[in-house]
Design a binder for this molecule. Structure first.
Ligand code: PLP
Length: 415
């Protein structure tokens, strides 16, 4: 979504609210859960830490992040960890450090492509395996990389998202394994963005590329999604225990030293606590997972009930409906031909704010949208906390009302 489209949407939202009309804000990817008091206390205690810290992060936070990954079947030493002010700048620094062209799944989170463009290169987009999300199809990636190299381009990196924003899907073990084999064959570095990892709805082994391509996989995480602390700006990268990993880490450290110096020390102190997985916080993340899972599945059902193609969400807090089966009706009734047309009708006629699929690199004619379901959890912290603590979040009156409202509006859209 361009800035101007965002501003136009904001104005439309303000105008609707001023006219006393409802707005259902399902556009922005914030986790929508208040901060845990134990984390606030940690942060407050560390407010006196006003110095710049070591570029890679404090020993305390790097050790805690290493423990976080080790407990998640990715054995890690503190020396392999580098912290940053959120994972977004780390992802940018990684693209910069690897150099060359980046391969992205289509669709993929907006900022990977924007970061590639900031570095002066258009990404190479490769469709995801049918019905999946977050990783490029391995066979198509082989073709795309060979073609790109034959045309004089220099692909060196593939970025994957597990589980995925925007599709809400977790790539299958088979797809990740094949992706890893292809990356090794093509000599691509893999960046595995695992920021939503703690928010996978089902138990089971997690298909991290670090399992099948440990020598070439850099993994990133942050507190922004599992703990809903995007504004705290703290994230971490785990570099592989290999010569490539050491080289990349050194280059990223150099970039970090010129861009952000060090991740903020008070945040590192709070993050060290979170990454040590204390029982109180593990419970909190479990509740968040239950809430996201319940609402994402309910929202997917609402879209399916009016005739959209929509896959069952598997993690995070996004739903990715495709309105292709309703194409003729939408064109006739509203003149909708692209995802952006659809987003405009949803906003101006129904007060539903979502993001068009082409913002994530999808074909504009695909009629896809990304729905961030956290906008349904409540209008204020007390509603959101009640939803978080509830065994059955769908029973919360405001959540039920939002879901009913969404269903009624979508019925009217496709009628
Ligand atoms: N990666 C993905 C897939 C995201 O959705 C986001 C946030 O929206 C980020 C990374 C960036 O998170 P942060 O910079 O807060 O760590």
């Amino acid at each position: 979504m361009t800035v101007s489209a965002t501003l136009a949407a904001n104005e439309a939202i303000a105008a609707r609210r001023a006219a006393g009309l409802e707005v259902l804000a399902l556009g922005f990817g914030e986790a929508g859960i208040p901060v845990h008091p134990l984390l606030s206390q940690r942060l407050a205690k560390a407010a006196g830490k006003i110095a710049y810290g070591p570029v890679a992060g404090t020993d305390e936070a790097r050790e805690a992040a290493a423990g976080y990954w080790t407990r998640r079947d990715n054995p890690t030493e503190a020396s392999q960890v580098l912290l940053g002010p959120g994972s977004k700048p780390l992802l940018f620094a990684l693209q910069h450090a690897v150099g060359g062209d980046v391969v992205l799944p289509q669709p993929a989170w907006v900022s990977y492509a924007a970061q590639s463009q900031l570095l002066g290169r258009e990404p190479i987009r490769v469709p995801v395996p049918h019905g999946e999300g977050g990783v490029p199809d391995a066979a198509l990636m082989r073709d795309a990389v060979r073609e790109a190299r034959a045309a004089g381009r220099d692909p060196r990196l593939v970025v994957v998202t597990l589980p995925d924003n925007p599709t809400g899907r977790l790539a299958s073990e088979a797809s990740v394994k094949e992706l890893c084999e292809a990356a090794r064959e093509l000599d691509l570095v893999i960046v595995a963005d695992e920021i939503y990892r703690d928010l996978v709805f089902k138990d089971g082994p997690f298909p991290s590329p670090s399992r099948w391509a440990p020598e070439r996989t850099v993994t990133t995480t942050a507190l922004s999604k599992n703990y809903a602390l995007g504004g705290w700006r703290i994230g971490a990268a785990r570099f592989p225990d290999s010569e490539l990993g050491q080289r990349l880490q050194e280059t990223v450290r150099g970039i970090a030293s010129e861009l952000w110096s060090s991740a903020p020390l008070p945040m590192q102190h709070a993050a060290a606590y979170a990454w040590s997985d204390p029982a109180e916080l593990v419970d909190r993340v479990a509740m968040a997972r239950r809430l996201h899972g319940a609402v994402a599945n309910a929202v997917a059902e609402v879209f399916a009930s009016v005739g959209c193609d929509v896959r069952v969400p598997q993690g995070g807090f996004y739903v990715w409906p495709e309105f292709g089966p309703l194409r003729a009706a939408l064109a006739e009734r509203w003149g909708v031909r692209t995802s952006a047309d659809l987003v405009r009708v949803l906003l101006y006629e129904f007060g539903i704010v979502v993001i068009a699929g082409d913002a994530f690199g999808d074909d504009p004619a695909a009629l896809t949208i990304r729905v961030a379901v956290t906008g349904i959890y409540g209008d204020n912290d007390s509603e959101r906390i009640a939803a978080l603590l509830s065994d059955d979040p769908l029973e919360m009156p405001w959540i039920a009302e939002n879901l009913d409202g969404l269903r009624d509006k979508l019925k009217a859209l496709v009628a």
